[in-house]
Write a protein that binds this ligand. Structure first.
Ligand SMILES: N[C@@H](CCC(=O)N[C@@H](CS)C(=O)NCC(=O)O)C(=O)O
Length: 198
């Protein structure tokens, strides 16, 4: 399989960590920069976004959730707790991590627009959403072990993205449990090696 990514994409980071955890044969291909009019990803599909996964049969998959779930399927469920409350808690985290990532991404895009094109209302709304997500992650992850699965991968990639694009959020402030959990997660080679360089 071939996984197309750019090193700064938090969505691609999720897929990269999942691919490494799966121990499947996945070649990671850096296709940055993405800013070009006719960049590489457009040859693969209409979205032109990373991550993208070319399967061994030549099918091209887009969207991080589809890709990570496909990898889990191929790895016979290795990337998620199998059943019961552990599985539900992991799915809950995966949803929260996805929600946070989308919110942070939307706000980052808005912040990068010209000042007279920005919507202060949207920035405020997304900031409030992100803070609710930080609190929810703090409640769920404080005191938890740094176990890798699709839920914790989504959470750690989102918080790493917040460090880059929204340092003023200071998500560690008043969330000592989440900070400790994040620091432990960063000890995992798949997490550490995919940290975006900014
Ligand atoms: N919903 C998509 C979002 C992926 C996404 O927005 N990727 C960004 C990089 S972080 C991208 O490829 N942007 C290029 C573009 O917008 O042309 C997913 O979950 O994979």
């Amino acid at each position: 399989m071939k996984l197309y990514y750019s090193g700064r994409s938090p969505y691609a980071r999720r897929a990269r960590i999942a691919a490494r955890l799966s121990e499947l044969s996945v070649e990671e291909i850096d296709i940055s920069p993405l800013q070009l009019e006719d960049h590489f990803m457009l040859k693969h599909g209409p979205g032109g976004k990373v991550p993208g996964l070319e399967t061994d049969s030549g099918t091209y998959l887009c969207e991080s959730l589809i890709i990570t779930n496909y990898l889990n399927q191929q790895a016979e469920g290795k990337l998620m707790p199998s059943e019961g409350t552990g599985a539900e808690a992991a799915m809950e985290l995966e949803g929260l991590g996805s929600l946070l990532m989308d919110s942070l991404f939307v706000r980052a895009m808005e912040n990068r627009r010209e000042l007279d094109e920005q919507s202060p209302g949207l920035i405020k709304k997304e900031a409030a959403r992100a803070f609710r997500c930080y609190d929810a992650l703090d409640i769920r992850l404080s005191g938890q072990s740094a176990t890798l699965h699709l839920g914790t991968i989504a959470a750690v990639a989102s918080l790493g993205y917040a460090d880059w694009r929204h340092p003023d959020d200071e998500w560690r402030q008043g969330r000592d449990g989440l900070k400790t959990w994040f620091d432990e997660m960063m000890q995992n080679p798949a997490v550490a090696e995919t940290k975006p360089i900014f």
